[in-house]
Write a protein that binds this ligand. Structure first.
Ligand code: ADP
Ligand code: MG
Length: 220
């Protein structure tokens, strides 16, 4: 379902070059739960951004469902990001002026879903993550763990088969992190593919498979 082939990424900042990824080849099958671990700066976020088609590699390829994403137009790439992949970030990245319901409904607006349908679906998704009593709260009126659960509901808006999380439990306490992992495991149980970057060995231990990174390389 997801395959990277000799993926490399070099960032150039003036005279300085940073090789953030080097020849990373990885295959993730549909329905897997994979954790990616490694020290800060080892390239985990860079790899996740490539898998999520948020950024393009310097060389190498990313295949999603057999499609070489490097061969796609910007529009086709945006469609893959919108329809096939749900993103969860360490900082939640919610829109502060919108309440929980509106945040979750937003990706459906961009997918052209009618207003009533998207609000109904957003409601169902917030119930699913246990936030039925927080639908009209703004992010600032929610705890970190609750904000992340809104972000998970938002990631599910267009019913993606793949969920990628970049340290999704990195900014919440242990209990909230546990609740987030329970939700991710439930989503995996529905057959969704989950890829989570984490610093936390306990979180990683709950994944079906762990891949370790160091200095831009995937270790065996
Ligand atoms: N936009 C960028 N411009 C320049 N260097 C970057 C950029 N993003 C990441 N890097 C560098 O690439 C390396 C890998 O970063 P990253 O993928 O964020 O690591 P991790 O997520 O494992 O902490 C680091 O050395 C980082 O400083
Ligand atoms: Mg990172």
């Amino acid at each position: 379902m997801i395959r990277t082939e000799k993926l490399s990424k070099t960032y150039r900042m003036g005279e300085v070059e940073v090789q953030a990824l080097q020849d990373v080849s990885l295959e993730i099958k549909g329905g897997e739960f994979v954790a990616i671990i490694g020290p800060s700066g080892s390239g985990k976020s860079t790899l996740l951004n490539m898998i999520g088609c948020l950024d393009k590699p310097t060389s190498g390829a990313v295949f999603i469902d057999g499609t070489d994403t490097g061969s796609l137009t910007e529009n086709a790439l945006a469609e893959i990001r919108r329809e096939k992949i749900g993103f969860i970030f360490q900082q939640f990245n919610l829109i502060h002026t919108l309440n929980a319901l509106e945040n979750v409904a937003l990706p459906m607006f961009f997918a052209g879903v009618a207003r009533e349908t998207r609000l109904k679906k957003a409601e169902t998704l917030l119930v699913k993550v246990g936030l039925e009593k927080r639908m009209y709260h703004k992010p600032s009126e929610l705890s970190g763990g609750q904000q992340q659960r809104v972000a998970i509901a938002r990631a599910l808006a267009n019913d993606p088969g793949i969920i990628v999380g970049d340290e999704p439990t990195g900014n919440v306490d242990t209990e909230a992190g546990d609740a987030i992992m329970n939700i991710l495991e439930g989503l995996n149980g529905e057959g969704r593919t989950i890829i989570v970057v984490t610093h936390d060995a306990e979180i990683a231990a709950r994944a079906g498979r762990t891949k370790r990174m160091r200095d831009g390389k995937l270790l065996e």
